[in-house]
Design a protein around this ligand. Structure first.
Ligand SMILES: NC(=O)c1ccc[n+]([C@@H]2O[C@H](COP(=O)([O-])OP(=O)(O)OC[C@H]3O[C@@H](n4cnc5c(N)ncnc54)[C@H](O)[C@@H]3O)[C@@H](O)[C@H]2O)c1
Length: 352
């Protein structure tokens, strides 16, 4: 298999963690005989420092021309004074998502057996199982509807539009993902109040009946969903939800695992192209100290192999190697160990 990956390390710990993921991707390519071309491009504050723009034209063009993008993280206190639209998170991240047409955000959240004690949930709840995937619609809904403030400043409105086409394409992503997992989708909405949610529920139900009869589907109101995530997380396999509910629920789901340095994500388009990044930020407080945990980025690279390149065996091999690293007690500082960021890539490679 031959593919071109745009590597965008970004700011803070971004370059340190991405370097480890690149090492692992190179080792996988060698072991399985793939040709993965990786080129590094500037994004975020690092790009602003060099060219006065957090997303230079060259970087955007390189991401568009690639088969997938591996991103570290962007932002940091140095750039907080920039005007909103020029800030790394807005200019680089939101523009990339929009320009690349990434409508499906996937965030797996699971508790790794050796890290159970990091979860804020009671051990008996963790023991019953927490291994789920949040599939969030990323380019529609209230974040992209009309936003207005009345002329007298006394009222405001935000519109929440959704079309059948938008709901159908994200529903298919969730059903496909469930087929590769435990075969169950829970669609979360607020159909007792919102018309968009009623359209969401009808559409998801129809897509399941017509195309995915092998997948189990249930529906939940978002208030109940938020509660069940901490009360009975084992209920969930794939959670399918719209943009704003997904923003909130995916943060809740990731926090209940307790280890921010372990959580990968993918933002996808329907042709398989995707942008892969850890869910955490640039961690300026620990940047340059070689103590960051690169496993979320390494697991994001594993998601890339599976979702963009169809390399399921290679992806699973990385996940298993990460599991062994943890079981062997090879832990970075955030997990209570002393292993350096720059040692983690090699530790994973040795277990591949
Ligand atoms: N996708 C992104 O690029 C992204 C996402 C979130 C935040 N940010 C930006 O990152 C900057 C810092 O944000 P923040 O401090 O709120 O969140 P953060 O995720 O960067 O850090 C929160 C805490 O978790 C720790 N942490 C995060 N990742 C870690 C890792 N891999 N290993 C060990 N410890 C880790 C940090 O040291 C910090 O104490 C801000 O500028 C923010 O806007 C970027």
């Amino acid at each position: 298999m031959k593919a071109k990956i745009a590597v965008t390390p970004g700011d803070g710990i971004g370059p340190e963690i991405v370097a480890e993921a690149v090492k692992v991707l190179k080792a996988v390519a060698e072991k399985y005989g793939h040709d993965l071309a990786m080129e590094t491009h500037l994004v975020g504050g690092a790009a602003y420092d060099q060219c006065g723009d957090c997303l230079p034209e060259e970087s955007l063009a390189a991401c568009k021309a690639a088969d997938a993008v591996l991103l570290g993280a962007v932002g940091g206190p140095k750039y907080d004074k920039l005007p909103g639209p020029q800030r790394p998170e807005k200019r680089a991240l939101l523009t990339l998502r929009k320009e690349l047409g990434l409508f499906a955000n996937m965030r797996p959240a699971k508790v790794w057996a050796p890290l159970k004690s990091a979860s804020p949930l009671k051990p008996e709840i963790i023991d019953s199982g927490l291994d789920l995937l949040v599939v969030r619609e990323l380019t529609g809904g209230v974040y992209f509807g009309r936003h207005e403030r009345a002329a007298d400043g006394q009222s405001a409105l935000d519109l929440m539009p959704y079309s059948v086409a938008e709901i159908s394409r994200i529903a298919r992503v969730a059903f496909e993902a469930a087929r590769k997992r435990r075969g169950r989708v829970t669609s979360i909405d607020k159909a007792n109040v919102l018309e968009t949610s009623r359209l969401w529920r009808e559409t998801v139900t129809r897509i399941r009946e017509e195309e995915y009869a092998d997948i189990e589907l249930d529906h939940m109101y978002v208030d109940n969903g938020a509660m069940q995530l901490v009360r009975a997380p084992q209920h969930f396999d794939v959670i399918l939800t719209e943009n704003m509910f997904g923003d909130i629920l995916s943060d809740e789901a990731s926090q209940i695992t307790g280890s921010i340095g372990m959580l990968p994500s993918a933002s996808l388009r329907s042709d398989g192209f995707g942008l892969y990044e850890p869910i955490h930020g640039s961690a300026p407080d620990i940047a340059g100290q070689d103590i960051a945990n690169p496993l979320a980025t390494i697991l994001s690279a594993a998601m890339m192999l599976k979702h963009s390149f169809g390399l399921t065996e290679e992806s699973d091999a990385i996940e298993r190697a990460v599991g062994r690293v943890l079981a062997d007690g090879i832990l970075t500082k955030d997990l209570g160990g002393t292993v350096k960021c720059s040692e983690m890539g090699q530790a994973v490679i040795e277990r591949l």
